[in-house]
Design a protein around this ligand. Sequence first.
Ligand code: F0G
Length: 435
Amino acid sequence: MPPELACFEARCRARFPITEAIYNCPRCGGLLEAVYGAPEHPAAELKTLWRNRRTSNAPLDQSGVWRYRELIPFLDDHRRVVTLREGNTPLLEGPQAAQYGGLDRLTFKHQGFNPTGSFKDNGMTCGVAQALRLGKTRVACVSTGNTSASMAAYASAAGLQPVIFIPHGNIAYGKLAQALEYGARTLQVEANFDQILALVRELAERLGIYLLNSINPFRIEGQKTIMAEMLDQRDWRVPDWVVLPGGNLGNTSAFGKGLREMKDLGLIGRLPRLAVIQAEGSSPFYELWRAREGTQLSAVAHPQTLATAIKIGDPVSWPKALYEVKVSGGVVEKVSEQEIADAKAVIGRCGIGCEPASAATLAGIRKLTAAGVMTDDADVLAVLTGNVLKDPDYIYRYHTGMLEAPDGTRILSNLGNRPEVVSNDAKRIAKLIGG
Ligand code: F0G
């Protein structure tokens, strides 16, 4: 079966050629996904093939995305793929974080080690490859920051013009700085993420620009490989839980799809449970989940959180994400600004560090173990989605007691670490630091 785009809606499942530049089903408006026939190689052979590619110097094999290309066979020609050697992100043990989260052991998969510092790179190399294949010259996205940084880098590396739309004053400086440095045409719009997404979809259509938001099914394909690489690194031992932050819910959709497909291919015998964590002021998916029989997401009109990466009130991929959480026997949890801030400082103290949205994982784990949903001996893998340097302003404010939640309440600097100003005086400094 050749690769195709299929409508995700069970009652529709309409199919379209893989080369159509569409983002929703033209028949019913549902989300789209890439579908394929089975790969030629049996599971055991695939595992060996992928392991052997780690020693190869070929750019495609060095990519932590394209190394697993049998799982994402939407291209007929890989020669024009642009890779910045995305993926290849480590599994890190965080003993202090495990203790804080109420677990015996906790492993982080740190997507902040990607070339532009977030998991978006896994998807972007695929999205840009598809843009090139379609002969597009311009690509666009709306972003809370990381998608724009990633798209700017990959589009520029591929010789495409990146046009990014960001909510004015609402993204972390590190991310805006990256977009500028990577040469994106950058439009700061006086609106929130959800409003700008509607605007950009209209503009993309009108101007023939290829849209690279996570609604783009090829980005989802790339993000699937985060789970493949994680399992490869664990010699295919399936964790009990995979914990991740939820914003627009593209990553939840990608992880779920990837895991299901790997199970169908016999690469793994069971699915890990997905735990999606949202920020309290921006938690429409949590509310939908809590409604149990809920089948329609109610958007949050004015989402609020200092974890700006996940400040999204109307996540587009919720139908896919809801399906994946259900199929995996997973859960959705929400956490407060204070919980995110403290969890982030704990991850920092492990010598690991991450951006605020990523820390929602540990805050969520702490809540889930306290509630008995997760047991202390569970094998838990948390995905840290972004690099610690994405949002240095947040860090400085937290450690110096100046961080304020969106409603104006002061975030307590529970694990604060204030810098001290000292005079140029060896004696005094020696006295101060002792020893
Ligand atoms: N963590 C980080 C660091 C992010 O940048 C994002 C999303 C998420 C988590 C949530 O992932 O949307 O797949 O549920 N950032 C997008 C952006 C929206 O524009 O960079 P999701």
